[in-house]
Design a protein around this ligand. Structure first.
Ligand SMILES: NC(=O)c1ccc[n+]([C@@H]2O[C@H](COP(=O)([O-])OP(=O)(O)OC[C@H]3O[C@@H](n4cnc5c(N)ncnc54)[C@H](O)[C@@H]3O)[C@@H](O)[C@H]2O)c1
Length: 262
């Protein structure tokens, strides 16, 4: 399902899960990123969304979402830009209730192929980016409270030789940051959780060569890849008040890839 067709083709009726909430969502680049589909679901569920990305494509995403969304260009590794992103959300929508930090970049190199450049790029976007966005989210959310959903990966559990070790390590760091922020800010009414997707058919993964595609889809107990909206629905639940007693958890949304190891 694409952002253009969402929610028109969604099999689910909106439940007002995020009515009156203001969300900042990063990583909403091109249509069919998990972020763009998540932004569409959040709007469908009643939220107003600041749609943020580094690529420039956040403008198209926000236009497709209508008046409930506004675009913002951000590099989440730059603290001044992250601070400006939250200031823009407050200026546009009055406050911030939710952060979904989705922005990320895949790691391609395995084992001894890893370079310092790739390590630094992955660590910077995933680990530093999560640290900065979470830091400034809790700053603007307090004292009203709120919810943060970080995007980790099934790879954070170091499950497979197919994964880039630098990517896996950076995503493991996101799990740690998620728990750390949850522990520090629970008393202020801020819940912090993470979604750990398995192989999901966002736009870039639709271009994966056929032989890898077969191998990757075969990893899940369900025997298929995930769809972006299957990640988005879990993020929406975790961000909503229905998850009011859930904090500090990393939820695998992987069709049972990781459970096969249990
Ligand atoms: N698709 C999968 O199979 C899968 C699996 C596990 C985890 N994930 C994670 O889920 C998230 C979304 O995945 P996706 O497949 O939609 O990714 P994607 O690569 O299609 O989209 C990521 C978006 O993040 C943006 N971005 C990258 N660096 C940025 C930066 N420094 N600042 C701001 N924006 C930046 C990109 O421009 C892009 O729009 C990522 O964090 C990814 O690591 C995806």
């Amino acid at each position: 399902m694409t952002i253009e067709s969402y929610p028109a083709q969604s099999p689910y009726r909106a439940a007002g899960l995020l009515e009156d909430k203001v969300a900042v969502i990063t990583g909403v680049g091109a249509a069919e990123t998990i972020g763009a589909v998540t932004a569409a679901l959040f709007v469908q569920e009643g939220a107003q969304v600041l749609a943020a990305d580094i690529s420039g494509a956040q403008k198209e995403t926000a236009v497709a979402l209508g008046t409930a969304a506004a675009p913002f260009q951000v590099d989440i590794t730059r603290e001044d830009e992250v601070e400006a992103m939250f200031a823009q959300a407050v200026e546009t929508f009055g406050r911030v209730d939710i952060l979904v930090n989705m922005a990320g970049t895949p790691g391609g190199r395995r084992g001894e192929e890893v370079t310092v450049e790739e390590y630094e790029s992955l660590t910077s976007v995933h680990l530093l980016g999560t640290l900065l966005t979470n830091k400034h989210a809790v700053r603007v959310m307090a004292p009203a409270g709120g919810a943060i959903v970080n995007f980790s990966s099934a790879a954070s559990f170091n499950i497979d030789k197919l994964n880039s070790p630098a990517y896996s390590a950076a995503k493991s760091g996101i799990n740690s940051l998620t728990k750390s922020f949850a522990a520090h800010y629970g008393a202020r009414g801020i819940r912090v959780n993470a979604v750990a997707p398995g192989f999901t058919l966002s736009k870039k993964n639709q271009r994966v060569p056929a032989e890898y595609l077969k191998e990757l889809t075969g990893k899940a107990a369900l025997g298929r890849a995930g769809e972006p909206e299957e990640q988005a629905h879990v993020a929406a639940f975790l961000a909503s008040d229905r998850a009011s007693y859930v904090t500090g958890v990393v939820v695998p949304v992987d069709g049972g890839w990781t459970v096969k190891l249990a």
